[in-house]
Design a protein around this ligand. Structure first.
Ligand SMILES: Nc1nc2c(c(=O)[nH]1)N[C@H]1C(S)=C(S)[C@@H](COP(=O)(O)O)O[C@H]1N2
Ligand SMILES: [Mo]
Length: 372
């Protein structure tokens, strides 16, 4: 297996960590290696409506490619009548729009699942909101002229690696209908600054409402195809399945989740929360890729009883909503929880349900606090 050739600082990794899923409470060296590269948003970052760029979570499957803005090109090719090649200046010269988007990784919550696969061990922090600036994709597809019979658009990033034992570039596809949504953008700025290398410089795709895997970074090719794309991250990764041999269902839009700003102060290094007795406003944010959030409820007794929070309306379609809850903290041990329901009626489960890839764990957050 290719993975056995991985080394950390020249040290061979012990073989027994390679294939076996670690017990839920233990983290393997390879997971640590992923976790130090792919950082989450510290949950106190939920205080900001727009996440500062350096606090936005990062997920990289391979290496950050070194892209040169002066030689970089984006081609629109495949089953099109008029293939297009654009420079960065060409992309920037096109009609621009800026939208806020809450992005979340489909693996958020993976490390809280029993029997997780070897992959980025997120707890709950793989989410953030940015203001993205770019140009809509749909008019470009129109200009290129999709051939009749085109079923999907494949997006290729510059980053290259091995997945499923096959060497490849990071690629994902969208159906034509999804690719033509007016909010699907080719973005080159994040919070008003050029994209940072780790977020896809010079240009990335942005698919609002979908889990992050659809928003291909370091975009270099957009290809119209007549058969459904079957690359690794489409046909094997990002599918809900119980067995390797089953096709499973593709992961698309973000399921609802509410998270809270960690209350009080943390103990170092356990990070257990300590709160002073008395009235306290709990705050947080909630989001869904299926429409606005309709309610966020809060529990101070580990989910035994729930009360509604005050929820702000959405400021834009794909942006998280702020919630607040007045809590009277009484001395003792408590487990605080929050849960969201969206306009489609999707709710957060109390416990995760298992799947092979460790995806879509939007189980209710539990925050143990000691009140003194
Ligand atoms: N080219 C490329 N695009 C990619 C990825 C990648 O590894 N390579 N990771 C995807 C995943 S799984 C997520 S969650 C988001 C994360 O975007 P961010 O790092 O800007 O937060 O990028 C997506 N786009
Ligand atoms: Mo992701």
């Amino acid at each position: 297996m290719l993975q056995t050739e991985l080394t950390v600082e020249g040290m061979a990794l012990p073989d027994e960590t390679i294939d076996d899923a670690p017990p839920a409470e233990l983290i393997s060296r390879e997971e640590l290696q992923l976790a130090t590269r792919n950082h989450g948003m510290p949950l106190e970052g939920l205080r900001y409506p727009i996440t500062p760029v350096g606090m936005h979570y990062v997920l990289l499957h391979y290496d950050i490619p070194l892209a040169d803005a002066t030689t970089w090109t984006l081609s629109i090719d495949g089953r099109v009548r008029r293939p297009i090649t654009l420079s960065l200046d060409d992309v920037r010269a096109r009609p621009a729009m800026t939208i806020g988007v809450t992005m979340e990784c489909a693996g958020n919550g993976r490390a809280l699942m029993e029997g997780r696969p070897l992959n980025q061990p997120w707890l709950m922090e793989a989410v953030a909101t940015a203001e993205w600036t770019g140009t809509p994709l749909s008019p470009l597809l129109e200009e290129a002229g999709l051939d009749e019979g085109t079923v999907e658009i494949v997006f290729t990033g510059l980053d290259r690696g091995i997945a499923g034992e096959t060497e490849q570039m990071y690629q994902r596809s969208l159906s034509i209908e999804e690719a033509q949504q007016p909010s699907v953008l080719l973005v080159y700025a994040m919070n008003g600054q050029p994209l940072q290398p780790q977020h896809g410089f010079p240009v990335r795709l942005l698919v609002p409402g979908w889990y992050g895997m659809a928003s291909v970074k370091w975009l270099t090719r957009i290809t119209a195809v007549v058969r459904p794309f079957d690359g690794y991250w489409q046909a094997q990764g990002y599918r809900l399945r119980q067995l390797e041999e089953e096709a499973g269902t593709p992961i698309t839009r973000v399921m609802p989740r509410a998270l809270m700003v960690p209350p009080g102060i943390p103990d170092f290094p356990s990070r257990r929360r300590f709160v002073s007795a008395g009235p306290l406003t709990l705050t947080g944010r909630a989001w869904s890729g299926w429409g606005p959030i309709e309610s966020v409820e809060v529990s101070a007794d580990d989910g035994a009883s729930w009360e509604p929070s005050t929820l702000e309306p959405p400021v834009a379609p794909a942006v998280w909503q702020a919630w607040a809850f007045e809590w009277t903290a009484r001395p003792g041990e408590h487990v605080l929880c929050c849960r969201a329901r969206d306009a489609m009626g999707n709710e957060q489960p109390a416990r995760p349900s298992w799947n092979l890839g460790g995806y879509l764990n939007n189980a209710v957050q539990q925050v143990p606090v000691t009140v003194r």
